[in-house]
Write a new protein. Structure first.
Length: 533
């Protein structure tokens, strides 16, 4: 229990990519910065999600900070898609290099923040009793950092071992000789299931929704390839900063309609071999136009049809209720192949729902199975959960949780009416999860720090988004999302995975570069959508 009461210019909550970047650059800008982080080290997502098989689905050479040429050149990635331990080592290295930990207090879970109109400051409290105040509060609390468990009768009665992919223990449990159940088939499950299958005696996957997954085609980066990367890093970064998703990859230049039917497969094949989520970029408009999406689904189905041997398992693994790419395409290494193994089973919960969890195992309508281990890979209260679970009180004591009860509203994704001097990074209304979070974190951190500098230089003490500009931003985002197929999927992008959560497409779908251009234009005009006093 600590009762420190300190005063700062800026409090940054979260030590993932965005929080670290903001702390490094906030300190460089001469601000007195306090960082608060629930985990015991830097890393954010890459601190917590240490389940076996965890990797990023953005290539390592792109999924890294770009702000320092020296850093970029001295860190040598070993694989095309970096593992969680490697990304965590990278962030720890960055922390050492820029002395980030000096500004952070670790093991401090922020559970409250109050705006004081009289002092024009935020007072922030942690669960363990730390209290600190600052003129500015930056929430870099992550888009996928509030794990959820399913509400299944008897869930807590299970007598065996229980794990959650997103809060995996430091010491990896040994599943040798164990009967293991996995609930969920999102990216976390898709990455970990093949690894669990290597050691478990018996592995049963409980699937509610079949998911699209494309092989990563991961490989080691040898010295020759690394030299090529270094030679062309600038070009690669430029493409990423100017692209729609923060990576150098774009869609095929020729529109789908203009490619003869018998040549389309070759383009799909090329995108397939690029790996993982990049398949969604095969053709422009793949996630907006039903005919392109149908062709992509057909290609996908032929691919997995060539892998999964049992016809019923293949039918169950084939997604039927959403367009490809409208839930994030999983990036796997041997996922579908795993279901050909004799000790691996799939339970299709649409046909055979779970009735209860008992001390011995899981009972579905068709019968009970005993387990030694249950792994939950059941996702997150995405994009808003890490903010709404904190008592953030703005003007007149209003809670952010209440302000967002009917849907998250933001201006430019970074500010919320009624919450002066609160800046949210990678929040609802930003490209964040649809883009490369390493670069979006730099962009978001810069934007927040520029706004702070502008306010300070002009002698303002509070900056608040105007309600009408936030409504216009929300409407703009909703209009763009409405032109796509994304709304048809029951996904965490829309809040559909959380009972009672307001529905609405949460990330900004207009693309990374168009987003930057829009928000930079607001800055260049002196922040007209904000009230500065
Ligand atoms: O979570 P998810 P995740 N009974 O929400 C199921 C990023 N990420 O941790 O689809 C049975 O995708 C649920 O079923 P349904 C990436 O952006 C990236 O896997 O709701 N099942 C679903 O199958 C990703 O999208 C990487 O019907 C239940 C699963 O649990 C995001 O994080 C790796 C259930 C949850 O899937 C989240 O991924 C990992 C219930 N009651 C994560 N409740 C990479 O970079 C939920 N489910 C590769």
């Amino acid at each position: 229990m600590s009762d420190t009461h300190t005063h700062h210019d800026l409090i940054v909550v979260g030590a993932g990519f965005a929080g670290m970047y903001t702390v490094i650059h906030g300190v460089r800008a001469g601000l007195d910065v306090l960082g608060l982080e629930a985990g015991n080290d830097v890393g954010g997502t890459w601190y917590w999600n240490r389940y076996p098989g965890a990797r990023c689905d953005v290539e390592s050479i792109d999924y890294s900070f770009s702000f320092d040429e020296d850093l970029q050149r001295e860190w040598r990635w070993t694989e095309r898609y970096a593992t969680q331990p490697e990304i965590h080592r990278y962030l720890a290295y960055v922390a050492d290099r820029y002395d980030v930990r000096r500004s952070f207090r670790f093991g401090e879970f922020v559970d409250g923040a109050d705006w004081d109109e009289d002092t024009q400051r935020w007072t922030v409290r942690t669960r363990d009793g730390l209290v600190a105040s600052a003129r500015w509060l930056v929430m870099a609390t992550g888009s996928l950092s509030t794990p959820i468990l399913p509400d299944i009768p008897g869930r807590d009665s299970f007598a065996g071992d229980v794990y959650q992919t997103s809060v995996w223990p430091d010491e990896h449990p040994d599943f040798a000789g164990q009967r293991v159940a996995v609930i969920g088939t999102g990216s976390s499950a898709v990455q970990s299931i093949p690894i669990f299958a290597e050691s478990a005696d018996e592995l049963v996957v409980y699937q509610r929704t079949a998911n699209y997954s494309v092989p990563a085609f991961n490989r080691l980066l040898d010295d020759a390839e690394w030299d090529q990367v270094l030679e062309r890093y600038d070009e690669r970064r430029e493409l990423s900063w100017n692209g729609l998703a923060g990576s150098p990859w774009g869609s095929h230049p020729i529109p789908f309609e203009d490619v003869p039917e018998d040549e389309r497969d070759a383009i799909f094949e090329e995108a397939w071999e690029r790996g993982g989520v990049l398949f969604a970029k095969a053709f422009q408009g793949l996630t907006a136009k039903p005919e392109i999406n149908a062709a992509a689904r057909d290609f996908f189905e032929r691919k997995i049809g060539g892998i999964v041997q049992d016809p019923q398992t293949l039918a169950d693994l084939t997604p039927h209720n959403h367009a490809i790419g409208t839930k994030r395409i999983c990036t796997d290494s041997g996922y579908f192949e795993t279901f050909n193994l004799p000790h691996v089973d799939l339970v299709n919960l649409r046909r055979d729902p779970i009735v209860e969890i008992s001390p011995e195992g899981i009972r579905t309508e068709s019968g009970a199975r005993g387990f030694d281990v249950i792994v939950y890979a059941t996702g997150f209260d995405a994009m808003t959960g890490s903010l709404t679970r904190i008592d953030i009180r703005g003007r007149d004591g209003a809670l952010l949780r209440d302000a967002w009860a009917d849907g998250a509203t933001t201006y430019l994704g970074v500010a919320v009416p009624g919450f002066p001097n609160l800046l949210v990074l990678n929040g609802p209304g930003t490209p964040s999860v649809l883009s490369n979070m390493a670069l979006t974190s730099e962009q978001q951190g810069d934007y927040a720090l520029r706004l702070i500098a502008y306010s300070d230089e002009n002698g303002y003490t509070s900056v608040e988004a105007r309600a009408d500009s936030a409504h216009a931003w929300d409407a703009h985002g909703a209009e763009l999302a409405g032109k796509t197929l994304f709304g048809d999927a029951e996904s965490w992008y829309t809040g559909a995975n959380i009972a009672g959560k307001a529905r609405g497409f949460l990330p900004y779908i207009g693309g990374f570069r168009p987003y930057i251009d829009r928000v930079d234009a607001v800055a260049a005009e002196g922040y007209p959508g904000f009230v500065l006093t």
